[in-house]
Design a protein around this ligand. Structure first.
Ligand code: SF4
Length: 324
């Protein structure tokens, strides 16, 4: 595939012009501060932009610098993250901040290869920081970028994509227009988020409609797709939901945390002692992820680990709290 034939440079510039003529006003587009870009990218990993915006401002007010985030107790970071979900992101973000402070004297590296060596940073986030903070001409692929590139150069990505992830990565690297990496990647993401969406496209308003391979067929194909996959379990019955409830209850509690007996009714309205093993399993999973720790009990002024449970009946007086 000759990529310059499939996606000529003039058309890439047309996409950039489209972006520059009007795009969503997102706060992380008004900064090149690497720390702010890092926070936004981690928040955006599994949360929509509209939900992220207020939390991004709150988080930066609470932790205005990478040093402030590195120095904070992890419990404060988890509390500040409360409600965004996927709480491991909060701990990973703090691990990244601590590594930048310790290894790089508080200065975020600009080289994607060095960024990828930081804990909690994958290829996508490394590329996004190098591009959006340091304006480097690097390629990185998220779901929006992957979808747009696939449709334009290879046709519909439904019912199954024709190109592998590796091929899309190679194409995306070849497409970055010299000196325009920032606007190019923002434009691809903007098009994927607003015009060329996963389940609906507005091809008639798309600046790439003249060259797009998918254009003639994508709308009927998407219209024919079943609306929903086979019945999914209701979110309120999932472990993820109850893990979120546990984190919310511990975030709202005093630093000493809560016993399983106190936690149970806050997590599940009709909590029964027979649910203790289930609850303990969820808490153990969170402890494994570093999001909660077992609290010590104080007996006659001496802190000691809470008693070991009988494997058959978890101790409802075992206490858990957020990490320091
Ligand atoms: S023409 Fe349609 S399918 Fe092609 S990139 Fe634009 S919105 Fe997507």
């Amino acid at each position: 595939m000759n990529i310059d034939d499939r996606f000529p440079l003039d058309d890439r510039h047309r996409l950039i012009d489209w972006y520059q003529q009007g795009h969503r006003d997102l706060p992380w587009r008004a900064t090149r501060d690497p720390y702010r870009i890092l926070v936004s990218e981690v928040m955006l990993q599994q949360t929509q932009a509209e939900r992220v915006i207020p939390r991004y401002h709150d988080f930066l007010e609470r932790f205005p610098t990478i040093q402030a985030l590195a120095d904070a107790p992890s419990s404060d970071v988890i509390r500040a993250w409360s409600g965004l979900g996927y709480n491991r992101r909060a701990l990973n973000l703090q691990r990244t901040a601590r590594a930048v402070v310790e290894r790089h004297a508080r200065r975020m590296p600009s080289d994607p290869a060095v960024l990828r060596d930081l804990p909690g940073i994958g290829p996508y986030t490394a590329g996004a920081i190098a591009c959006f903070a340091f304006e480097q001409d690097v390629a990185f692929v998220d779901t929006n970028i992957r979808r747009v590139i696939h449709r334009v150069v290879a046709g519909p990505d439904v019912p199954e994509p024709r190109l592998s992830g590796r091929t899309i990565d190679e194409i995306s690297r070849a497409l970055v227009p010299a000196g325009k990496g920032y606007a190019w990647n923002q434009a691809l993401m903007e098009l994927g988020a607003t015009i060329c969406r996963a389940r609906m496209t507005a091809c008639e308003r798309c600046p790439l409609q003249d060259i797009c391979v998918a254009r003639p067929v994508i709308q009927p194909l998407l219209a024919d797709r079943p609306r929903a996959k086979a019945a999914q379990p209701k979110f309120e019955t999932t472990s993820r939901y109850f893990r979120g409830r546990i984190m919310a209850a511990l975030s709202a509690s005093a630093d000493s945390g809560l016993t399983l007996r106190e936690l149970g009714p806050l997590v599940k309205v009709d909590f029964q002692p027979s649910d203790a093993r289930w609850l303990r399993g969820l808490v153990d999973g969170l402890a494994h992820d570093g999001l909660v720790v077992r609290a010590l009990t104080v007996h006659r002024g001496i802190a000691e680990p809470a008693p070991v449970y009988d494997a058959g009946s978890p101790d409802l007086d075992a206490r858990f709290r957020l990490p320091d």
